[in-house]
Design a protein around this ligand. Structure first.
Ligand SMILES: [Zn+2]
Length: 414
């Protein structure tokens, strides 16, 4: 036996002898966001990154590390189904061509910083909706998954697929297709199929279409090609669309989620409900719109609030997503996330429903509900807690003071 083989076998033996420690979380008030119920005085047992038991009378192993949250409100980690974690410096927000200002490497590091800020405040899963230079969010996901850094679960769209020109305007022809840093052009069903495959090859977890950011938009035939190709690859299609015929095509084409949809009609919302299409409304607070993304922030803010109110009344399945693209002065992305709560409150959505959108619904949309989104045996231990009851006052989320990610304690009450 060589020395190398001997050491290898010794390591295997040691690994076998080193039993993973159990963490026992005493949860005074355990919220199940799937139905808004609260179970009192529960024990959550965590081992090897996962939840291995939940119940009132579970015996705690004598060598377990006990975490006392008996006075807290405990629930699964929050998800953001629409963010842009690798964007971007506020001073460039008017043109949003961050890829002309910052390298893909810097964008990955920016994404790492932002994702750790979010995780520390209880946002344990993010879905990056594209605009990440040359796959910066894919690299971010790989680095976190490899265990090099602590961060949230990251799912990414890679490059968005749009009709010619991406989301750019006013680019002189002689400059060339600079938007290819962040977009694939898709100007026929076949081009879209190719873009879907290429994007997945380079690491996309889902496909993001930008349907109507130009004077032209995707046809029904093009949407169907994207949906068919993406679903064949076991992934979901998210579509940036505001309303009108482009939204009609997206809904009829069977996409998985409509992103934004600020001007969806009641009929379109009803069609979405019937088809099980999720609305990720990215319901911006007006103050965020004033950073320069929209020309008339007051009118846009009012339209968003009205659409959210109608969507809730009609009963469309909704996911929570922010569309945060940059830090605002004196606010982190986490602070900005909680700013959206005011819009949901103003639209009359009850706290229990908001929590469901942020966990259960997002997990289903992200196709990870067998891994995350609930506190149940067999799922990864993404657990948060706060001192006040978010079912009574949803703003309690701002006070999240315990965060566990994949069974590791990231933050605990001071
Ligand atoms: Zn977006």
């Amino acid at each position: 036996m060589t020395r190398g083989v001997f050491l290898f076998l010794l390591c295997l033996l040691c690994a076998g002898l080193t039993k993973a420690q159990t963490i026992a979380v005493r949860a005074g008030n355990l919220i199940d966001p799937a139905n808004g119920s609260v179970a009192k005085n529960q024990i959550i047992l965590v081992r090897d990154h996962k939840i291995v038991g939940v119940g009132a009378d579970l015996p705690i192993p004598p060598d377990a590390q006990v975490v006392d949250l008996s006075h807290s409100w405990v629930m699964p980690g929050i998800m953001d189904a629409h963010t842009h974690i690798t964007e971007g410096d506020l001073k460039y927000i008017t043109d949003q061509n961050w890829y002309l200002r910052e390298s893909t490497g810097l964008r990955s590091l920016r994404g790492l910083h932002g994702s750790q800020v979010l995780l520390n405040r209880g946002i344990t899963t993010i879905r990056d909706a594209g605009n990440d230079a040359n796959f910066a969010a894919v690299d971010l996901r790989k680095a976190i998954d490899a265990g090099w850094f602590v961060g949230p679960t990251v799912l990414t769209a890679g490059k968005a697929i749009a009709p010619f020109g991406g989301q750019n305007r006013d680019v002189p022809q002689e400059i060339g297709s600079i938007w290819h840093f962040e977009y694939y052009d898709g100007d026929s069903p076949n081009e879209i199929r190719k873009a879907v495959r290429e994007n997945i090859f380079y690491g996309a977890d889902f496909i993001k279409l930008v349907a109507d950011n130009s004077d032209y938009h995707f046809s029904l035939e093009e949407i169907r090609a994207a949906v068919e190709e993406t679903h064949h690859a076991g992934r979901a299609v998210a579509v940036h669309v505001l309303g009108g015929e482009a939204a009609q095509n997206a809904i009829a084409g069977g996409v998985d989620s409509i992103e934004h949809g600020f001007f969806l009609s009641d009929d379109q919302l009803r069609l979405m409900k019937e088809s099980g299409i999720v609305l990720v409304g990215t319901d911006f607070p007006t103050a965020h719109l004033e950073t320069g993304q929209f020309p008339d922030s007051q009118a846009t803010g009012a339209a968003i609030l009205d659409r959210l109110r109608r969507a809730y009344r009609i009963g469309v399945k909704m996911g929570f997503g922010t569309d945060a693209v940059t830090d605002m002065p004196n606010e982190t992305r986490a602070d900005m996330t909680w700013d959206y709560l005011a819009v949901w409150r103003a639209a009359g959505v009850p706290p229990a429903e908001i929590l469901k959108c942020m966990t259960t619904n997002d997990a289903e949309l992200l196709r990870i509900s067998k891994q995350r989104g609930a506190i149940a045996t067999g799922l990864y231990a993404d657990i948060i807690a706060m001192p006040e009851n978010p079912l009574e006052n949803i703003e309690a989320l701002r006070k999240i003071d315990f965060v566990m990610k994949n069974g590791m304690i990231v933050r605990r009450p001071q």
